[in-house]
Design a protein around this ligand. Sequence first.
Ligand code: PBG
Length: 329
Amino acid sequence: MTSYGSYPAARPRRLRTTPAMRRMVAEHRLHPADLILPAFVREGIGEPVPVSSMPGVVQHTRDTLRKTAVEAAEAGLGGLMLFGVPLHKDATGSQGTDPDGILQVALRDVRAEVGDALVLMSDLCLDEYTDHGHCGVLDDRGRVDNDATLERYAEMALVQAEAGAHTLGPSGMMDGQIGYVRERLDRAGHEDVSLFAYTAKYASAFYGPFREAVASSLEGDRNTYQQDPANLRESLRELELDLAEGADMVMVKPGLPYLDVLRVFAERVDVPVGVYQVSGEYAMVEAAAEKGWIDRERVILETLTSFRRAGAGLVLTYWALEAARLLRR
Ligand code: PBG
């Protein structure tokens, strides 16, 4: 290539000259269909209740959830991920398996309202339902009992599938949960219900605001079942197991602190890979924006783009509806 004295011969800036040029050469794009909106529905409230640590996020009533589902479908979102907040919590999380429990009722509502216009997903975990706040049932020494919990998950899976969920999100990090739930779904004739495995779910402080959102009373931590933030190889072992057990899609969670894990997943598997931008990530950005310290909309789109760049096909984000709006502009 010709060079002109000390002037640069290669000029990458040429491809950054105009908005049209930058748009054309962009390597990754966001699309509303890749976004999944997590939403909370709470039993026994007349009005939506704001989640104070997540400005803009509420615990929905059945009614406002239905409206939100319609909005989500109209915005062309990929799906909804529903979490139920029951009035009564107990040791076994009995509301999670009651066909008339709040999550099951909400699934029926939403399915009746929007049908198949979006993918209806539900959280398959006990922490929203237990009075001790753990993701499983406890043994007589107070430890989370893996295999007894699997039985509870299987029962939950069946009522959620009956209520109309297209996809279940097992998020409790119990060993064998994907295989156990898959077999029970199949035996009951729900072989079309897919599993979006929370494969690499880290024991993260970024879930803080979520605990308020689901009114969780957890004392202690989840370190005996969720992964140590120090580990990457361990998540590859979880990945192999989940795929062998029949996961249809796999997820990394949280998002921004684990982009490296996401990258490795995306390089290794042929199933869709998702990422969950969790409550604490949302809260951090909202708090800084409220102080006027960052440009909120640009930061939202930049974080979502970083997930796509790292290899995520699907992104769960509390900004899904807003991001869809921003993308239309
Ligand atoms: C478990 C579950 C949690 C989140 C999603 N599913 C909480 C936890 O594992 O402690 C956190 C999501 C968020 O922080 O936004 N049911």
